[in-house]
Design a protein. Structure first.
Length: 116
C-alpha cells in the first residue's frame, strides 16, 4: 500500500514534486474538494495498466431525469499504455472519492498529486 503525498504548487519558484510508485493494492490519497487537485498517473512499466479509483463510501447517486447510477465499482481510468501519462482533475470524479480511497490495478504506475 502506497500513500500518494500531495505537492503544493502554490509555492513560488521551483517546486520539488513528490512522486509515488503504486503497489496495486489499496494505494491511496486524500481528496480535498477545497483545492484544485490533479492526479497524474505515469505508466513506468512495460505493459498497459487499467487502474480503478474507488472510495469506500461510494454507492449510488440519483441523477434527475436519469435515475440511480451505481458507482460502487469505482472509476476506471481506462488503459494506460506503457510510457503513457493520464491526468485526472479530481473534482470531476468527486462522487467516486467518498470515504477511504483505494487505487487498484496500478502496480508500477508513478503517481503525482498536484494541489493548486
Amino acid at each position: 500500500m502506497a500513500t500518494i503525498i500531495a505537492t503544493n504548487a502554490q509555492a513560488s519558484g521551483t517546486i520539488a514534486v513528490t512522486e509515488t510508485t503504486l503497489t496495486g493494492t489499496a494505494d491511496t490519497f486524500t481528496y480535498k474538494g477545497s483545492v484544485n487537485q490533479l492526479l497524474i498517473l505515469r505508466n513506468a512499466t512495460a505493459g498497459a495498466l487499467t487502474p480503478v479509483i474507488d472510495g469506500a463510501g461510494t454507492t449510488t447517486i440519483a441523477i434527475q431525469g436519469v435515475g440511480s447510477i451505481d458507482l460502487s465499482a469505482g472509476y476506471s481510468v481506462g488503459s494506460i499504455a506503457a510510457g503513457a501519462v493520464k491526468c485526472i482533475y479530481t473534482d470531476t470524479i468527486s462522487k467516486y472519492l467518498v470515504g477511504a480511497i483505494a487505487i487498484t490495478g496500478g502496480t508500477g504506475l508513478v503517481a503525482t498529486l498536484i494541489e493548486a
